[in-house]
Design a protein around this ligand. Structure first.
Ligand code: SF4
Length: 226
């Protein structure tokens, strides 16, 4: 590493993020379900979904917002201490932020797999240099035609995996049918689990979809984990 590269890396290590929380749990959703994971929940989202279960990571009035500012060094130290090689950056909406410094340092470990959980409203271009180490998880909150994700980049970007999780019951004109040809490696009707309420199993809906769609659950909630 020459002096210029060294300075660039030092700058990246000092980059600050507003972190709502970090914790270790199992990944409860998507294609990586059941794997132990270190979660980095970044503060802030551009949406305010009625069923959101992470309102403390939002900045809307009326929610009790919580975060602390951490640099990349402190975040990565915590990831290293956890001893896992699977980390998920979630939110809120993590793609609102410049993730390059954090991803650069995390992906220095060639065995590290980084999950990114996004609502589909932001571009994924900043992820492309790290794609082989990224398990992308997309849970659309706007119709397909309004999403900012470039589908060609999804197709050709070389991501480790792409999970598509369509919230069910449907809201805001989003249906699985409209995403049936979406370039994902794993597709699910993702049951919105509200406390104390049963969600109707979407069997009829599943039968109307192309093969290999599945029901997605939130395993961590069933196991009473974070
Ligand atoms: S996009 Fe996700 S984090 Fe943001 S408000 Fe909706 S459910 Fe919550």
């Amino acid at each position: 590493m020459n002096n210029k590269e060294l300075k660039t890396m030092e700058d990246k290590i000092e980059k600050l993020y507003n972190v709502n929380e970090m914790f270790v749990s199992i990944q409860g959703e998507g294609s990586m379900m059941g794997i132990m994971c270190t979660f980095i929940r970044l503060f802030g989202c551009n949406l305010s979904c009625e069923y959101c279960d992470t309102k403390k990571s939002l900045w809307r009035a009326g929610y009790e917002s919580q975060y602390k500012t951490m640099n990349v060094k402190a975040i990565v130290e915590q990831v290293t201490d956890a001893g896992l090689v699977y980390v998920t950056i979630t939110g809120g909406e993590p793609l609102l932020w410049d993730l390059d410094p954090l991803l650069t340092v995390l992906c220095q470990n060639p065995h590290m797999l980084v999950g990114i959980e996004t609502n589909g409203t932001q571009s994924i271009q900043q992820l492309l240099p790290f794609a082989p180490q990224i398990a992308l998880s997309i849970s659309p909150k706007v119709p397909r035609e309004s999403m900012e994700i470039d589908e060609l980049s999804l197709q050709e970007g070389g991501f480790q995996s792409i999970s598509l999780k369509i919230p069910y019951p449907y809201t805001q004109d989003i249906s699985a049918q409209s995403f049936s040809s979406y370039p994902a490696t794993w597709r699910s009707l993702h049951l919105i689990q509200r406390p104390g309420e049963a969600t109707e199993m979407p069997l009829t809906e599943l039968l109307s979809l192309p093969p290999m769609w599945r029901v997605g659950i939130q395993l961590h909630k069933m196991l009473h984990l974070k």
